[in-house]
Design a protein around this ligand. Structure first.
Ligand code: FAD
Length: 474
C-alpha cells in the first residue's frame, strides 16, 4: 500500500543526531516524523556503539578489579569466575531499556516514527520501504539527513562478524578468544581490545602510525600507551596489514613495517578491524535530490547544516567534524532551532572527547602540539593523581593513582586553551573543563573556585593552580 503524509520536518535516521533533532523540532512546535531502518531507535551509539561498549568496559573492569585489586582492599574470594553470557545480558538490558526510552520520548513529544528504509525521491519527498512491508511516501517542507556511519573494512578483508569482526561483532563474541588482533590503535580498538584483554584474551594492537590515538595530546597519549602496555596489551606500531587468510582454523595475518620492509606472519582466533568509520551516504537517493558530497565523501553543509539544497539539512557522523554522539546531538538541537527560525549554534572549539580505557583519557580544546604549530604561547600546569588524596584512598595496587591533569592556558591572557586528563574518572571530570572553556574562563578562575575535599576534582583545580601560579599539594 502507499499513502502520503505531510510534515514540517522529516528526519532520516534515528541515531543521536536524528532522534535529538526530531524531539527538539517537535518541542519547538513543528510537525515531525523520524524514519529509522534498524527497527530500533538510538542509532549506532545506543545499539552497537557507545552504550554496549561502555557496559562491557564497566563489567570487564569490575572483573579485573575482583581478580587483582580487591585483595589489596581486604576483600578475598574463593574463586572469581567469568560468566560471559550474563555479562552480555547485562549489556543487552542497558541497550534495550535505552532504545525503548527513546520510543517513549517520541510519544511524549508527539514525534511520529516510521520503521523503514528511506530514500530521497525529490527535495520534499522521502520514499520509505517499510519494515513491515509496503511503502510510504513522506512529504516534508524540511528534511534532516542523519543516516550516520558504518565501520570501514580493509581492502580484501571481509567481515564475517564471528572471526573477522568490526566493532559490532566484537561487542557480541560468544566466547573469549585465546588470541585477538586489533587492527587500528584508535579509541574503538583500544576500548574493545581492553575489554577482551581483561576477560582473558592475548590481545595485540597493530597501528600503522608510530603512535596510538593520533588526535590526542602526545604527552597524554604516550602515558596511555605505557599504561596499557603494563596491563599486558601488546602493540606493534608502524605496522601495516597486508592480508588476512581465514581459510584455516586459525586466522593468519601478513604484516609489514608501514615504511616497507620484511613481512611477518601473525596467528590469532579473532581479528577486529577498527581502522575507522565511513559516512552512510550510499543509498539515500542523494543524487536524485541533487545533494552534494565533499572531497571526503561526507555530505557538504554550510555553518547552518544546510546542504546545497536549501531545505535539506545534514548532521552527525555523515558531515564534517568529530564522529561523536554528543557532537551529533548538539548539531541535532542547533539544526532544529535553525529550521524553527531561531539561532542555533555548535561551538566546535569546545567538544570534549573521552577514551574509556582504564585509566580514562579525556580532553577538550587544543593539544600542546596544536598550540606549538599555531605559534601560540602558553603556560602549562600539570597535577599528578599520585598527589591527590582521594585517588590514594581508592587505591590498592597503584591503579587509581595513575595519570594526571594537564592544563594549557594562554601566556598573556591566562584563558584556558586546552585540558587533557588521564585518570580513573577523567570522562566525568572533563565536563568541568568544557564548562570553564565555554564561559571563557582563565586558569585562575578555576584555581580560585572552591572544590570539595577529598575528590579527584581537586587534582583538576590544582593543575589550574599550576598553570596560573603554583599548586599546593605537589
Ligand atoms: P548513527 O548513530 O549512525 O545513526 C544513524 C541511523 O540512521 C542508524 O540507526 C541507521 O540505521 C539509520 N539509517 C541509515 N540509513 C538510513 C535510511 N536510508 N533510512 C532510515 N534509516 C537509516 N561516540 C561517543 O560520543 N562516545 C562513545 O563512547 C562512543 N563509542 C562508540 C563505540 C563504538 C564501538 C562505535 C562504533 C561508535 C562509538 N561512538 C561513540 C560514535 C557514535 O556512535 C557516533 O558518533 C554516533 O552514533 C553518530 O550519530 P548519528 O546520529 O550521526 O548516526
Amino acid at each position: 500500500s502507499s499513502n502520503t503524509t505531510e510534515h514540517d520536518v522529516a528526519v532520516l535516521g534515528g541515531g543521536p543526531g536524528g532522534y535529538v533533532a526530531a524531539i527538539k523540532a517537535a518541542q519547538l512546535g513543528l510537525k515531525v516524523t523520524c524514519i529509522e531502518k534498524r527497527g530500533r531507535l538510538g542509532g549506532t551509539c545506543l545499539n552497537v556503539g557507545c552504550i554496549p561498549s561502555k557496559a562491557l568496559l564497566n563489567s570487564s573492569h569490575m572483573y579485573e578489579e575482583a581478580l587483582h585489586s580487591f585483595a589489596g582492599h581486604g576483600i578475598t574470594f574463593k574463586d572469581v569466575k567469568l560468566d560471559l553470557d550474563a555479562m552480555m545480558k547485562q549489556k543487552s538490558k542497558a541497550v534495550d531499556v535505552l532504545t525503548k526510552g527513546v520510543e517513549g520520548l517520541f510519544r511524549k513529544n508527539k514525534v511520529s516514527y516510521v520503521r523503514g528504509t528511506g530514500k530521497l525521491k525529490s527535495k520534499n519527498e522521502i520514499l520509505v520501504e517499510l519494515l513491515d512491508g509496503g511503502t510510504e511516501t513522506i512529504k516534508a517542507k524540511n528534511i534532516v539527513i542523519a543516516a550516520g556511519s558504518e565501520s570501514a573494512s580493509l581492502p580484501g578483508v571481509a567481515f564475517d562478524e564471528k572471526r573477522v569482526v568490526s566493532s559490532t561483532g566484537a561487542l557480541s563474541l560468544g566466547q573469549v578468544p585465546k588470541r585477538m588482533v586489533v587492527i587500528g590503535g584508535g579509541y574503538i580498538g583500544l576500548e574493545m581490545g581492553s575489554v577482551w584483554r581483561r576477560l582473558g584474551s592475548e590481545v595485540t594492537v597493530l597501528e600503522y602510525l608510530d603512535h596510538i590515538v593520533p588526535m590526542i595530546d602526545r604527552e597524554v597519549a604516550d602515558h596511555l600507551y605505557k599504561t596499557l602496555q603494563k596491563q599486558n596489551l601488546k602493540f606493534k606500531l608502524g605496522t601495516k596489514v597486508v592480508g588476512v587468510d581465514s581459510s584455516g582454523s586459525t586466522l593468519k595475518l601478513t604484516v609489514e613495517p608501514s615504511k616497507g620492509g620484511k613481512q611477518e606472519n601473525l596467528e590469532c582466533d579473532v581479528v577486529l578491524v577498527a581502522t575507522g568509520r565511513k559516512p552512510n551516504t550510499g543509498e539515500l537517493g542523494l543524487d536524485i535530490a541533487g545533494v552534494k558530497l565533499n572531497s571526503k565523501g561526507q555530505i557538504e553543509v554550510d555553518d547552518h547544516f544546510r546542504t546545497n539544497i536549501s531545505n535539506i539539512y545534514a548532521i552527525g557522523d555523515l558531515i564534517r567534524g568529530p564522529m561523536l554522539a554528543h557532537k551529533a546531538e548538539d548539531e541535532g538541537v542547533a539544526c532544529a532551532e535553525i529550521i524553527a527560525g531561531k539561532p542555533g549554534h555548535v561551538n566546535y572549539d569546545v567538544i570534549p572527547s573521552v577514551i574509556y580505557t582504564f585509566p580514562e583519557v579525556a580532553s577538550v580544546g587544543k593539544t600542546e602540539e596544536e598550540l606549538k604549530q599555531a605559534n601560540i604561547e602558553y603556560n602549562k600546569g600539570v597535577f599528578p593523581f599520585l598527589a591527590n588524596s582521594r585517588a590514594r584512598t581508592n587505591d590498592s595496587q597503584g591503579e587509581s593513582i595513575q595519570g594526571m591533569v594537564k592544563v594549557l592556558a594562554d601566556k598573556k591572557t591566562d584563558r584556558i586553551l586546552g585540558i587533557h586528563i588521564i585518570g580513573s574518572n577523567a570522562g566525568e571530570m572533563i565536563a568541568e573543563g568544557a564548562l570553564a572553556m565555554e564561559y571563557g574562563a582563565s586558569s585562575e578562575d578555576v584555581a580560585r573556585t572552591c572544590h570539595a575535599h577529598p575528590t579527584l576534582s581537586e587534582a583538576f583545580r590544582e593543575a589550574h593552580m599550576a598553570a596560573f601560579s603554583k599548586p599546593i599539594n605537589f
